[in-house]
Design a protein around this ligand. Structure first.
Ligand SMILES: NC(=O)c1ccc[n+]([C@@H]2O[C@H](COP(=O)([O-])OP(=O)(O)OC[C@H]3O[C@@H](n4cnc5c(N)ncnc54)[C@H](OP(=O)(O)O)[C@@H]3O)[C@@H](O)[C@H]2O)c1
Length: 244
């Protein structure tokens, strides 16, 4: 049984891969950059001894991304789950962001994960107790001046997962969507954050501990659910006064 971790070369994804390897699971790790990906695979193979394969695939290209990952699965391979901790931001993500860069954000954060899930659904539905796990962001709580294409793509991804949750109810697939607050990874490096960042290892532990349990939408750290609810409830006039 194999876990596929997409975005496994850094941050939360690398930690998730490490946790799964330490539990003796076989892994298929996916990212765009070969060097980091192979370094992670080598390290996990040496430390835990299980099978760790890699596949390079670029999520800025949804038309080929899902096919590249699917092609790496062996014909008789049982897939225990598809984990999607990939994501990317753009430092200049504003209404003026050039179209190609806006497209990249939407492709990596929404269209490629959605295409991958669609491609894997027939396979996963046939495997009792399989999981699909997506990672969202607190950035989708409400429109901000910054990270607006990123936030829009993450909101689209959450919407997609909510639909998937409904569609898969009673069919045996476990569908989980984790909305992440700030984390101490390359993605948030150097940013001025209004709340302390969580460690990626702690979040990976939480995600791995809950694999295959209840389907649903979860927040980590948990207090972000309340923060998001407050942000959404603020009247627009008041919300616009915040420096967000
Ligand atoms: N860090 C935070 O504060 C924070 C907050 C809220 C939500 N999140 C979300 O949490 C998840 C994990 O974030 P993180 O902080 O762990 O990010 P990270 O450290 O930057 O790692 C992102 C991973 O995604 C992969 N990736 C990025 N662009 C890709 C592309 N075009 N094709 C294939 N793979 C690609 C990266 O691989 P390559 O380097 O090879 O491209 C890397 O393995 C993401 O969904 C992110 O949006 C993070």
């Amino acid at each position: 049984m194999t876990w596929i971790v997409v975005g496994a070369s850094a941050g939360v994804g690398r930690e998730i891969a490490g946790q799964l390897a330490s539990l003796g699971r076989s892994l298929l790790l996916v990212a765009r950059g070969r060097e980091d990906l192979e370094a992670v695979a080598l390290d996990l193979g040496l430390r835990f001894g299980g099978e760790v394969r890699t596949v390079e695939a670029d999520a800025t290209r949804p038309e080929s991304f899902a096919g590249a990952v699917l092609a790496a699965v062996r014909p008789d391979e049982r897939i225990e789950g598809l984990l999607l901790p990939l994501g990317t931001i753009d430092e200049e993500d504003s209404p003026e962001l050039p179209r190609e860069r806006a497209e990249s954000l939407v492709n990596v954060n929404f269209l490629s994960p959605a295409a991958l899930i669609s491609s894997f659904l027939p396979l996963l539905r046939g495997q009792e107790g399989a999981s699909i796990v997506g990672l969202g962001s607190i950035a989708d709580a409400r429109g901000r001046r910054r990270n607006l294409h990123y936030g829009a793509a993450k909101r689209a991804l959450r919407f997609f997962f909510e639909g998937l949750l409904h569609a898969e109810t009673g069919r045996g697939l476990c569908v989980q969507f984790w909305v992440l607050g700030y984390h101490d990874t390359g993605l948030a490096f150097g940013k001025k954050l209004p709340l302390p960042p969580e460690s990626p290892a702690a979040t990976a532990r939480r995600i791995v501990r809950n694999l295959g349990k209840r389907s649903g939408v979860f927040y980590t750290p948990r207090y972000w659910r309340a923060v998001a609810a407050v942000l959404r409830a603020l009247p627009l006039g008041l919300y616009r006064k915040l420096d967000l």
